[in-house]
Design a protein around this ligand. Structure first.
Ligand code: SF4
Ligand code: FES
Length: 143
């Protein structure tokens, strides 16, 4: 079952921050590559080059990730902004994005706390429901 799916977490650091990447959460919106290819380049290994831009620029791009797959930790601790308002956005041909701190109770009763941005599957094909895992791309979901 999807809950057994192991969370993969990768870290990329410079002197100021560590960028945390959770591939299973990525919805492949390609926002990060399109906007900052000097740092986020999927053709490279590792695909995140922490030397490619200033720390502030990298932070800005990480904050723009629509799925929450990218986050960062500063030397002084997590600097993710707390969301006081809940905002919902329907991504064209993709998931439902909910911005804010959420307490999600899954269908098996397991509760999870979600921060920042959470992408919920709208296409029905995700192997990690209720969350989007990028499967909408393969099935060419329209809606
Ligand atoms: S969801 Fe985030 S990490 Fe994945 S491609 Fe888009 S911006 Fe990059
Ligand atoms: S909406 Fe992304 S997997 Fe269903």
């Amino acid at each position: 079952m999807s809950d057994n799916k192991k969370e993969i977490i990768k870290n990329y650091s410079n002197d100021d921050i560590t960028v945390v990447w959770k591939p299973n959460t990525c919805i492949h919106a390609k926002k990060c590559w399109k906007e900052l290819i000097q740092v986020f380049d999927p053709r490279n290994k590792p695909w995140v080059n922490m030397e490619g831009a200033t720390t502030d620029r990298i932070k800005k791009q990480v904050e723009a990730c629509p799925s929450g797959a990218l986050s960062y930790i500063s030397k002084g601790g997590s600097k993710e902004k707390a969301h006081t308002e809940t905002k919902i956005e329907v991504l064209e041909n993709g998931p439902l994005l909910v911005y804010g701190t959420l307490h999600v109770t899954n269908s098996n009763g397991v509760e999870e706390k979600k921060n920042k941005t959470t992408a919920f599957c709208r296409c029905g094909a995700s192997q990690n429901k209720p969350y989007c895992d990028g499967a909408h791309m393969q099935m060419e979901f329209k809606g």
